[in-house]
Design a protein around this ligand. Structure first.
Ligand code: NAD
Length: 256
């Protein structure tokens, strides 16, 4: 059980981050949720987790595109046994037309934020004598697709940083790994289904299997619960010697 551990999950007011925070709370961890907004509904998500799982949960606003706010998130949390670097955005464009501000935002949120949070969290993990860093990369951390230059660069970058942090902590009770999801059914992905159905004149199942999951051999989405379960596994004693590696949760995408 993760009782008494504090987990910070960046970008966790929706989708995969929230799913991971839920599974960590189910396993007994106190959780810190985060995004860049500060709405009543953000704080309500934390209260709901506390009520459901009997753990401490709070929401801390911090913009992961800003290095100082990344570091402040860790400081404000006051403890960080488990760090899940999950915040991420996407933009799709040919590289010669790629808007510079989108490139900068993707590198800042998807890659630089993990540098800042890891730098701030490691001293706390060392003081506590235990730590787990779980970076949410992507199948695009291992393979590429056209028009996703910034995303693919950032995700390959975080896989590289994962290996370096693992080497720097190899002789300590701290591990650092990356989870590489394929297509995951998040509210964001769900919201694209009706438009795509209309665009291709296809039904829901056909759009999912032929268009969205074209590259995912299982023809099934991964779920946020499965990603949460993978994160909980990486925090377990069974995973103590797993460090500096990637775990794909992609229905066979990267086996192709
Ligand atoms: P999502 O849009 O539901 O979640 C992204 C989260 O990041 C949200 O909570 C959002 O508020 C937060 N965020 C965005 N910008 C931020 C900022 N500046 N500061 C703080 N928080 C910020 O999408 P998701 O699918 O759950 O994505 C989560 C992670 O999983 C991302 O890193 C994404 O690249 C990765 N991923 C997703 C898929 C997929 O199919 N959905 C596949 C592979 C990898």
């Amino acid at each position: 059980s993760l009782n008494g551990k504090t987990a910070i999950v960046t970008g966790s007011n929706s989708g995969i981050g929230l799913g991971i925070a839920r599974e960590l709370a189910r396993a007994g961890a106190d959780v810190v949720l985060n995004s860049f907004t500060d709405r009543g509904e953000d704080h309500a998500l934390a209260r709901a987790l506390a009520d459901e799982f009997g753990v401490k949960a709070r929401y801390i606003k911090a913009d992961m595109s800003k290095g100082e706010e990344c570091r402040n998130l860790i400081e404000q949390a006051g403890a960080c046994d488990i760090l899940v670097n999950n915040a991420g955005i996407q933009h799709v464009s040919p590289i010669d037309e790629f808007p510079v501000e989108k490139w900068d935002a993707i590198i800042a949120i998807n890659l630089n934020s993990a540098f800042h949070t890891t730098a701030a969290a490691l001293p706390m993990m060392r003081a506590a004598g235990w730590g787990r860093i779980v970076n949410i990369a992507s199948a695009h951390g291992l393979t590429a697709s056209p028009f996703k230059a910034a995303y693919v660069a950032a995700k390959h970058g975080i896989v590289g940083m994962t290996k370096t942090v693992a080497l720097e902590t190899a002789q300590e009770p701290i591990t650092c790994n990356a989870i590489c999801p394929g297509y995951v059914l998040t509210p964001l992905v769900e919201a694209q289904i009706p438009d795509t159905m209309e665009k291709y004149g296809m039904g829901r199942e056909e759009v999912i299997k032929k268009v969205m999951l074209e590259r995912q051999p299982s023809k099934e989405f991964a779920t946020v619960e499965q990603l949460g379960g993978t994160a909980v596994f990486l925090c377990s004693d069974a995973a103590a010697q797993i460090t500096g590696t990637t775990i794909s949760v992609d229905g066979g995408w990267t086996a192709l």
